[in-house]
Design a protein around this ligand. Sequence first.
Ligand SMILES: NC(=O)c1ccc[n+]([C@@H]2O[C@H](COP(=O)([O-])OP(=O)(O)OC[C@H]3O[C@@H](n4cnc5c(N)ncnc54)[C@H](O)[C@@H]3O)[C@@H](O)[C@H]2O)c1
Ligand SMILES: [Zn+2]
Ligand SMILES: [Zn+2]
Length: 371
Amino acid sequence: MSTIDVRAAVFVAPNQPLEFRDLSIPAEPGANEVLVRLAASGVCHSDLHALDGEWDTPVPIVLGHEGAGEVVAIGSEVSELEIGDHVILSWTPSCQKCEFCVSGRPVLCQLANETAYQHVFFDGKPRLSDGDESVKSFLAVGSFGDHAMVPASAAIRIRKDAPLAQAALVGCAVTTGIGAVTNTAQVEPGSTVLVVGCGGVGLNVVQGARLAGAKQIIVADVSEEKLELGRRFGATHTVNSREVDLIETVRELTGGRGVDYAFEAIGLPFTIEACYEAIRRGGTAVVVGQVADGVKISIDPFVMSDQEKRLIGSNYGSSRQSIDFPKIIDLYMEGKVDLDSMVTDRIPLDGVNDAFARMRAGQGIRTVIEY
Ligand SMILES: NC(=O)c1ccc[n+]([C@@H]2O[C@H](COP(=O)([O-])OP(=O)(O)OC[C@H]3O[C@@H](n4cnc5c(N)ncnc54)[C@H](O)[C@@H]3O)[C@@H](O)[C@H]2O)c1
Ligand SMILES: [Zn+2]
Ligand SMILES: [Zn+2]
């Protein structure tokens, strides 16, 4: 079997820098797969959860799941893509057959849960190798490598005039944030919204709330730099939750009532609990941030029934990637969604460990690796 070389950043053990290695991938995709030459990959906090050992992740594995590039080879049964297509990679490939896929909820795909979420392909196997050793691809994407094999349903074609560095971010943060508002919570115009955490995901929740016509968008973070960015993306009020009491401030800003919707975009138990507390009677709190393995939250079930408060989760912005990715790209090209300001650093692959250091320090929004 002929192979091609893949220069990749490999995760080998928690809390150790990623190692740069030359891996191999089959040159011929499987029947329903495509080979993509990556142009760009964002660095998301979910990669950092793995790197910091907060999520049990098998090694060796190529991290990265927010990528875009060009199709360079297609499998024999792939009809919807052509060589040369520009694509954004999806980290929930859909089998297009299970009850979730058929009912329009591909982010819940049964097969993806059993395979991609275990970082292997639909046949249960990885595609990369390092000599005799097989190497997994994070969420069956592995965008911290200059090529990726993906199931055809995980490569979503977009228009060719869109810049691929910005498009890469649509592969995770942008769709997750905007979709949490528009697909999961379905925020109505005139709503009041709280967003806790103004990172790559949270700022896109803010953009989503602006697109949905929210009249008040309160953002909370512990960094003044992030709060300032929150304003740029559409926040009407900012709260430094290290300096003032978040719940009290939200009550003051909403006439004592609480917000209609609160979105947690960090992944910490106390901020999820705070979102639940910050919503009005009948309001909805949405968990977008993802916690470390084993973390639990505590809420009062009496309040839940008595006040009809809703606590819901959002995975990948409840997106249908083949619809949402091109739609978000169009909104960007029309100037209605800001992706340019999201890209705060552009680096070659070998700068990826520094990108994690910046993320830990809360600096910048998204670092984009350009291949
Ligand atoms: N649900 C999904 O489908 C999905 C998809 C992608 C990412 N995520 C998760 O979303 C979360 C955010 O990801 P990201 O890439 O935006 O991360 P990020 O590191 O870019 O942003 C996190 C933000 O939280 C702020 N913050 C940290 N501690 C805080 C505190 N105690 N109070 C207030 N603000 C605080 C930081 O200053 C930063 O602005 C992560 O947990 C990630 O795994 C979820
Ligand atoms: Zn992500
Ligand atoms: Zn499915």
